[in-house]
Write a protein that binds this ligand. Structure first.
Ligand code: GAL
Length: 666
């Protein structure tokens, strides 16, 4: 029940590629929305390459066009289109259509429609509302996938299969609960064992048999954790079933599914083993706040998916070429930002970028979503200009394909801790913020141009000099053993408040956090103050400490009070009844060190801390001395490497245009 192993740490070798000599520059294309407009479809054939695109993703929402009635298929329109695209050199990423289903299917087979947490079955329409357990659903999807595979598995335009779209909905139907009970039985064998693991004597909630488990009980943390694990496993199995006909038809066409960031279910790491290519969708909220924070957030996910992909190609499957239409505010991307975002994806490891969408439809709730070609129906637009420029950049950057990003810093982000923190009623529920905290630590390093791998404890840790595990709330024996051995062998580990609080079932460790790593941290947490924000305690570096950190500002949200059992204080609280107690500590363990950040700290403090710590462990950034707002990212090794310099500000900076990006060998 620990997270399944995903990938090893940064590899020094190149990754396999899609076998295409250029970076993918593509877009979701929905020709079925234009079947009454042959002139539009004809124009698209030449506009797509003119705009610098070399690929389109087809079929994502085409099911009712492909199978208008159950068992009656209509492929001729797609055959013609595929041949026409191929004739012009445009490649095709062929999607299975399961993200949106035909009305006949929803109406005839109720069980295919997912049930929400409130017990209500989803309606006829919408999308991403499937039941991954439903045998009928799997059967209907297999039938259409088999048809697609039979028809296109050897079509010369097809470079990749794209299974479904952003799989991420939970289903609480009876079929899923039958599966859950089976899953629990195989994980726990006896109901007594399960009752103990979940602490079910609390509120008298012990089950007498597995058959008692018919709904989720929000008061049982372990149950909620296992539910997420179960749903993740169901999705792995579901994706396998979607892929089977595709693999059977032609095992040489690689398969991906596009991941959506901040996804709770499924745990995407579990799915990677099934895939040949990892891909993800990025919709950064430019100009709605701090652009640097927005870029950092995007960099975090780029680093997460790159590491998940490890030895597989990585693509950014979706991003908008202009605006989204679902934000509270959706400002236009300022000139340069589109190119900057696309190059950021490449710099962080992607072998291509694709857009949602090529052409804006005239109706439907995404009619005003940004597209390469919008309702002006012309290529003479600023957006097409910027997209075309990206196409030129991608041609120039062909040599980065398959090349790695080399990092000696690992930042741990785990779905288990995300689920557990969110499920728990903590002291201070206002801002639990597991994911934003990981992003904040990552940002402090990214902003200083350090390459960072976003990893899990099961990854190969041997390549890292520094591992940061903020709020690693679930720390079981297996994770603790790996981290302990790694520190003992010379690694530098950073833990924080809410690291090592519970085991894999959500049961609190006795003896205080960080639980099984108390010996490594050289301390235990006695209490944790949840700060209302009015009188946050200040934090100051200790004179003559092992590392000089100076003024670390004030604690934010949480301040843990620790008792040292070997660690030394590097900074301490200045205020409150715990003034003088440690807020930041360092403990020598074996040949390595473990740092403990007892309080949540602001961006400035994190920057100061990591600047000092990276110097201490001897990790250098790609470029030092860049002004705040400019970052450097390197892709590739030695003479083959390419360094990208990116200006995330609206001012010219460091020789770069506003929101400009340059790249050079080395
Ligand atoms: C994505 C989705 C696309 C499109 C896009 C709009 O999440 O996969 O189909 O809806 O959002 O931003």
């Amino acid at each position: 029940m620990s997270p399944s192993p995903s990938n090893a740490a940064t590899s020094l070798t190149n990754r396999p590629t899609l076998g295409i000599s250029s970076l993918i520059h593509g877009a979701d294309y929905n020709p079925e929305q234009w079947s009454d407009h042959p002139e539009i479809l004809a124009a698209d054939l030449s506009l797509i390459p003119q705009a610098g695109l070399n690929c389109v993703s087809l079929g994502i929402f085409s099911w009712s066009a492909l199978e208008p009635e159950e068992g009656r298929f209509s492929f001729r329109w797609l055959d013609t289109l595929m041949d026409n695209l191929h004739a012009r050199g445009t490649r095709v990423i062929m999607a299975t259509p399961s993200a949106g289903r035909p009305v006949w299917l929803s109406r005839r087979y109720e069980e295919v429609r997912c049930v929400g947490r409130d017990g209500k079955r989803s309606g006829i329409g919408g999308r991403l509302n499937l039941c991954p357990s439903s045998p009928v659903w799997r059967d209907k999807v297999s039938i259409i996938n088999r048809q697609l595979a039979t028809r296109y598995a050897y079509h010369p335009a097809v470079v990749l299969w794209h299974v479904s779209n952003e799989l991420s909905n939970e289903c609480f139907c009876n079929l899923c609960f039958v599966g859950f009970r089976r899953w629990l039985q195989s994980a726990y064998s006896t109901i007594d064992y399960l009752n103990k693991a979940w602490w079910n004597s609390f509120w008298s909630h012990s089950f007498t048999s597995f058959e008692d488990i018919v709904e989720l009980d929000g008061s049982i943390t372990g149950m909620n954790l296992d539910w997420k694990r179960f749903q993740s496993d169901v999705y792995v199995d579901y994706v396998r079933s979607e892929m089977a006909p595709l693999r059977l038809a032609n095992p040489n066409i690689p398969i991906t599914t596009n991941f959506v960031p901040s996804c709770r279910v499924p745990e995407q790491r579990r799915m990677v083993a099934e895939l040949d290519v990892v891909s993800w969708d990025a919709y950064p909220g430019w100009h709605t706040g701090d652009d640097l924070a927005c870029a950092a957030n995007n960099a975090f996910f780029a680093d997460l998916y790159r590491v998940m992909a490890h030895k597989k190609p990585l693509l950014q499957m979706e991003t908008t070429p202009s605006q989204v239409n679902w934000g509270t505010d959706s400002p236009l991307k300022r000139p340069g930002v589109h190119r900057l975002t696309a190059l950021q994806a490449i710099a962080h490891g992607a072998d291509g970028v694709s857009y949602f969408q090529w052409r804006a439809g005239r109706g439907g709730c995404e009619q005003f979503h940004g597209a390469v070609i919008d309702h002006t129906n012309t290529a003479d637009t600023r957006v097409v200009g910027e997209v075309t420029e990206v196409g030129r950049d991608f041609k120039a950057l062909g040599k980065v394909i398959g090349s790695p990003v080399v990092s000696s810093i690992g930042l741990v982000f785990e779905w288990d801790s995300l689920w557990a923190v969110e499920a728990a009623s903590l002291v201070g529920n206002r801002r639990k913020d597991y994911e934003p905290t990981c992003v904040a630590h990552h940002r402090a390093l990214w902003q200083q141009s350090h390459p960072i791998d976003v990893i899990c404890c099961d990854d190969d840790l041997s390549a890292y000099r520094l591992i940061i595990a903020p709020m690693l709330y679930i720390l079981d024996e297996s994770r603790a053993t790996r981290l302990r051995a790694w520190v003992a062998g010379g690694g530098t580990l950073v833990l924080s408040y809410f690291s090592g609080v519970v085991n894999e079932h959500g049961l609190a460790h006795l003896g205080g956090s960080p639980g099984p790593l108390r010996d490594v941290a050289g301390l235990w947490v006695e209490e944790i103050d949840a700060l209302p924000g009015t009188r946050p305690p200040r934090i100051l570096g200790q004179p003559n400490a092992v590392m000089d950190v100076g003024n670390l500002g004030t604690a934010i949200d949480y301040a843990a009070i620790v008792r040292l059992t070997g660690a030394e204080s590097v900074a301490s609280y200045v205020d409150e009844f715990y003034a003088g107690t440690p807020a930041l500590t360092c403990h020598r363990f074996g040949r390595g060190e473990c740092w403990f950040m007892a309080a949540r700290m602001g961006h400035g403090a994190l920057v100061t801390f990591y600047q000092a710590l990276t110097a201490r462990v001897g990790v250098s950034p790609v470029r030092a001395d860049l002004p705040v707002g400019v970052t450097a990212t390197r892709r590739g090794i030695g003479a083959e490497a390419t360094t990208f310099l990116m200006n995330w500000t609206p001012q010219p900076l460091h020789g770069l245009a506003p929101y400009g990006c340059s790249y050079e060998a080395g």
